[in-house]
Write a protein that binds this ligand. Structure first.
Ligand code: PMP
Length: 399
């Protein structure tokens, strides 16, 4: 295990003079904090004996029913028996990997992939094989080819890990036309799909695309989270899995944490039954759309030519491609000196590639801060380009 690039950055990026486009934290201040505070006080006064007690390892039954209601907004039909409540979806990722992966097994994952998933895969010594994406998400033909190649090498693939909607970090969404095809490819190969969908309800345009789990009950383990739709600090997420996998998940969760926190679960349960949570998700969606727009406008207005970026239709992230030859990791100290932070692309690849990219997150800073952050970043990229023009020939001559 090694420190993730993001964690190492947090200390620096949280200094007040720095505009952080790194992070990835939701804007929890948009919650009605007074109302939530009153609700929590009432919860402890009236149900403290349950909220402060151990509970079942699979999670609170009423909460699992409510989770099924939340998932139905995206067209996922699931039974509360199939749901396992976890400590954030991060714990679900850890447990799934622990259950399935032996050292040296292959996990297929998009290129790039969510850094926390890569961390879990590394902790269990999985070998990640990346599958390319384009603006429409994972490329089914590339997935097929990767399965063929790895199988021909005699290696075992345990699952495909994918974030089909509003990808972290790539900011792209798997096109409707590709969703059935990805499932077909995996089904043909007998490959389990781990569908990670924490941003599904945070789409900016029209109705969200149906998750893979809405199209098939078998062959997909679905991961959800309240981190972005309610509050990340509660650490409540879940997995929906076929019975055999669910049983193993419950056993693995029991050995890790006995049970998820009753206090957090009952807080979510109470929030979903007494607060206007659908309207609150709409508020989040509008807030993030405004911030996405601020970022895209600033990038268009200020980034030097040679840069390119994705246009997210939801979620928190823009994936920036830097001009040829600029290394995002090497540039970071100069960016921090110019009071802007981002996450270099290398954090999102198991093989250390991705240096030509950066992840920019717009969920936490205000629109004005976003514009200022992009202005500073554009200045840093400009300076890199100038440096290369002036010293490039010298550097090349001297190796
Ligand atoms: N998956 C993805 C794609 C994420 O972006 C995150 C949070 N950054 C997680 C899982 C973990 O979320 P949590 O543990 O807070 O539910």
């Amino acid at each position: 295990m090694v420190a993730s690039e993001i964690r190492a950055l947090f200390a620096v990026a949280s200094r007040p003079e720095i505009v952080s486009l790194a992070g990835g934290s939701p804007f929890v201040s948009a919650l009605p904090l007074d109302a939530v505070g009153d609700m929590v006080a009432r919860l402890i006064a009236s149900q403290g004996q349950d909220a402060l007690q151990y509970c079942a390892a699979q999670g609170d039954l009423r909460l699992r029913e409510q989770i099924c209601e939340v998932m139905s907004l995206e067209g996922v039909v699931a039974h509360p028996d199939e749901v396992v409540v976890t400590v954030g979806s991060q714990q679900a990722l850890d447990l799934i990997t622990r259950i399935f992966v032996d050292p040296g097994d292959v996990v297929l994952a998009e290129a790039p992939s969510y850094v926390g998933a890569l961390g879990a895969f590394a902790a269990y010594q999985a070998e990640v094989v990346h599958v390319p994406m384009d603006e429409s998400g994972l490329i089914p033909e590339a997935l097929s080819a990767a399965i063929e190649r790895v199988t021909a090498e005699g290696r075992t693939i345990k699952f495909l890990y994918t974030v089909p909607s509003f990808h972290n970090p790539a900011g792209v969404t798997l096109a409707e036309s590709r969703r059935a095809e990805v499932l077909r490819v995996c089904e043909r190969a007998g490959l389990l799909v781990i569908e990670d969908n924490p941003y599904g309800l945070l789409g900016f345009e029209g109705t969200p695309l149906r998750p893979l789990r809405a199209r098939t009950r078998d062959g997909v383990v679905y991961l959800g989270s309240f981190s972005k739709t309610i509050a990340a600090g509660l650490r409540v997420g879940w997995a929906v899995a076929p019975a055999a996998v669910r049983d193993k998940l419950v056993l693995a969760a029991e050995s890790a944490v006995l049970c998820p926190a009753s206090f957090a679960q009952l807080t979510v349960r109470e929030y979903l039954s007494t607060q206007p949570w659908r309207e609150q998700i709409k508020t989040f969606r509008e807030l993030y759309r405004e911030r996405r727009d601020a970022m895209l406008q600033a990038l268009t207005a200020m980034m030097p030519s040679g840069c390119a970026w994705t246009t997210p239709a939801g979620g928190f992230f823009v994936w920036l491609r830097l001009p040829e030859g600029i290394d995002a990791k090497a540039m970071l100290p100069r960016a921090v000196s110019s009071r802007v932070a981002y996450v270099p692309g290398t954090g999102f690849y198991a093989d250390g590639s991705g240096a030509g990219h950066a992840r920019l997150c717009y969920s936490l800073p205000s629109p004005d801060q976003i514009s200022e952050g992009v202005r500073r970043l554009a200045g840093v990229v400009d300076a890199e380009l100038t440096l290369r023009e002036e010293f490039g020939p010298v550097l090349r001559r001297h190796g």
